[in-house]
Write a protein that binds this ligand. Structure first.
Ligand SMILES: [Fe+2]
Length: 192
């Protein structure tokens, strides 16, 4: 194989590895968002604060499963990739991102999910576009990214539809911080 073909293949694989690492970390964080929300549900019920309606509990239970399915796709159906060294930070950040808003109330929680999913949708979109532009687009990876992206879009829309009031200014600021934080975290995780 000529050296330029070899280096082309290596660069291609390096790019795909980065995308897989970033989204694997994201899906890990997403699972922990719902675990954090579940713990907050339990704490709220103990102290009778922000008592949950049936739809919030159902949403958390159902979408913990959605995110676990996404994570399983990355862990068992994707080509081999190097996982992030800072995965424990994603777990902690995910937990806090689910726990705190759910403790503040259902609208805080649903708006947080909406903000996270807005970011995730745009991120999957740019990842698919950049992989499609590679000399050897990994169609198996792109197809699975698109499948996850579609489900994230449904999740985003469902979260917004379950809000019972317009997001307040603090909620909007928090949502922006979550999106900005996610984008910084993705930039870091692509490297380490
Ligand atoms: Fe997901």
């Amino acid at each position: 194989m000529p050296f330029y073909a070899k280096s082309l293949g290596a660069n291609n694989a390096k790019q795909v590895d980065k995308e897989l690492r970033a989204s694997h970390a994201g899906e890990t964080g997403a699972v922990w968002i719902y675990r954090g929300a579940m713990v907050a549900e339990f704490v709220s019920s103990l102290f009778h604060i922000n008592n949950s309606r049936h739809d919030t509990k159902r949403f958390i239970r159902e979408h913990l499963e959605t995110e676990r399915r996404h994570l399983a796709i990355f862990e068992s159906e994707m080509p081999c990739f190097r996982g992030s060294f800072i995965l424990p930070l994603w777990i902690a950040a995910g937990f806090v991102t689910g726990f705190l808003p759910r403790l503040f109330g259902r609208n805080w929680f649903f708006y947080t999910i909406y903000s996270v999913e807005q970011f995730v949708d745009a991120h999957y979109d740019s990842q698919c576009k950049s992989m499609l532009a590679l000399p050897l687009p990994p169609s198996n990876v792109i197809e699975r990214f698109k499948h996850c992206q579609e489900e994230e879009q449904h999740l985003r829309d469902e979260a917004l539809s379950l809000m019972t009031q317009e997001p307040s200014l603090p909620m909007r600021l928090w949502g922006r911080a979550v999106e900005k934080g996610s984008s910084i975290a993705v930039a870091i995780v692509r490297l380490i």
